[in-house]
Ligand binder design. Structure first.
Ligand SMILES: Cc1cc2nc3c(=O)[nH]c(=O)nc-3n(C[C@H](O)[C@H](O)[C@H](O)COP(=O)(O)OP(=O)(O)OC[C@H]3O[C@@H](n4cnc5c(N)ncnc54)[C@H](O)[C@@H]3O)c2cc1C
Length: 399
């Protein structure tokens, strides 16, 4: 439907992934229509495919957004940890998390944005962002026509890579969101027998500095894929590597589609998240868990923190007051989740140094225990037992 944008907004939120949707929704709620908030994306947030395995912690999600069966594919009650020789340890817990239908989940938050008074457009490509006076100017492509829009403040929630903001002079020194981009690829496949309530994680040199996975979808299809470390050089293309993995382990599988993406991992998160009225949220601020590579709940949380800060920023009447609000965003993130990410990032190198034989030894031992004895604690200590040098390497994490 044709529409035209206003020329001026208080806040423009760029990107309607979990971070941007949550930021826009929170701002709409906090400002109750007293501020003009615009949410832009180049595509509808519920448009498939969404490059994701869609697993979240139920507790963490429900602390941010009410969990509704309409956007849940199913509950998780276990994780298989699978070693290179395919020995399997099983961690069982009645409530391990959820597999979302992210398209529907995004739709639910997008509806929340509209109800909270946010102006939303999902067919607008943001071409350029530049400083203009004390605010920002955006050049956007609306159905082939270029328009300009100005904003007092902008939230960059455009995901990993940060093309929009990375070369802007007055933003140098803030969190870049492209510190460690790790390649991930997955296939939606049928014909792989897999428990609907388990995720399966594959470790070892086959998935160097990363891991392979199977995540259930609807009981018929699964999401099978892997992420590799950022510096790993694969001898074959990622697609070929995925096909080889599927053909080797599940020769009867039928691959329906293959998708790839980048995961913004392990930014040091020591740099500010905001400067000169520009705030970063979600993957654009490197908020992904460095080991699990989960980023959905992390982006929602970061989007909320950023929106609360922007709401305070708008109330400030001096440059000093606004600069203070900007400087407090990163500490707020660190307080809520960032500190644990820094610890995990330190443990990541040690984890990546575990050899195949050590994974096999630990998983084989665990697989012989009854399921109720395969607690996370025991899994952790069996890996340490199989790989004693880890204790030394992980000393900073264990403290
Ligand atoms: C293969 C894969 C599997 C994953 N599996 C999981 C998982 O199981 N669990 C989990 O928690 N996390 C997972 N993640 C990570 C998770 O998907 C991300 O961390 C999360 O989506 C980040 O949210 P975001 O809002 O910051 O960015 P995004 O979700 O990337 O959203 C950014 C939005 O910005 C828009 N945009 C970008 N540039 C422009 C522009 N110039 N103009 C207009 N719009 C623009 C994009 O269209 C997009 O909608 C996975 C990631 C990958 C790649």
């Amino acid at each position: 439907m044709p529409f035209s944008l206003s020329k001026e907004y208080d806040v423009v939120v760029c990107g309607a992934g979990p971070a941007g949707l949550m930021a826009a929704y929170t701002l709409g709620k906090l400002t109750s229509g007293s501020r003009k908030v615009l949410l832009l994306d180049k595509k509808e947030p519920w448009k498939e495919p969404i490059f994701c395995a869609e697993a979240v912690s139920r507790d963490r999600l429900s602390a941010l957004w009410p969990v509704d069966p309409s956007f849940v594919r199913g509950p998780l009650s276990g994780i298989y940890f699978t070693s290179p020789k395919r020995y399997r340890a099983e961690f069982y817990s009645k409530d391990c998390g959820l597999i979302l239908d992210r398209a529907r989940f995004h739709h639910a938050i997008a509806d929340g944005c509209v109800n909270a008074g946010v102006e939303c457009h999902y067919d607008v490509l943001i071409k350029k962002l530049e400083r203009s006076g004390s605010g920002w100017q955006l050049t956007v492509d609306v159905g082939g026509n270029l328009e300009t829009v100005s904003a007092r403040t902008v939230i960059d929630a455009t995901g990993p890579g940060c093309k929009l903001t990375r070369d802007i002079e007055c933003l140098q020194g803030i969190e870049s969101g492209n510190a460690d981009l790790e390649p991930a690829i997955f296939a939606v496949a049928e014909g792989i027998e897999h428990s609907r309530e388990h995720i399966e994680l594959f470790f070892g040199s086959e998935f160097e500095s990363g891991y392979g996975w199977i995540f259930p979808r609807d009981g018929v299809e699964v999401n099978i894929g892997f992420v590799l470390g950022k510096n790993v050089k694969s001898k074959v293309s990622l697609r070929q590597k995925l096909m080889d993995f599927v053909a080797h382990d599940y020769p009867q599988a039928k691959v329906k589609a293959v998708y790839g993406g980048m995961i913004a991992c392990t930014g040091p998160q020591s740099k500010p998240f905001a400067k000169n009225g520009l705030f970063k949220a979600g993957d654009a601020a490197s908020c992904v868990n460095p080991i699990s590579r989960s980023g959905i709940v992390e982006s929602l949380l970061c989007g909320k923190i950023v929106a609360e800060s922007v709401s305070e920023w708008l109330k400030e009447s001096t440059d000093e007051g606004r600069a203070l609000v900007e400087s407090l965003v990163q500490p707020r993130w660190m307080q809520s989740l960032g500190k644990s990410h820094v610890q995990l990032a330190r443990a990541k190198d040690a984890f990546n140094s575990i050899r195949d034989s050590q994974f096999d030894r630990a998983a084989r031992h665990l697989s012989k225990l009854p399921r109720e004895k395969q607690t996370l604690f025991r899994i952790f200590f069996n890996v340490l037992w199989a790989c004693p040098s880890l204790i030394w390497k992980m000393r900073s994490f264990l403290h």
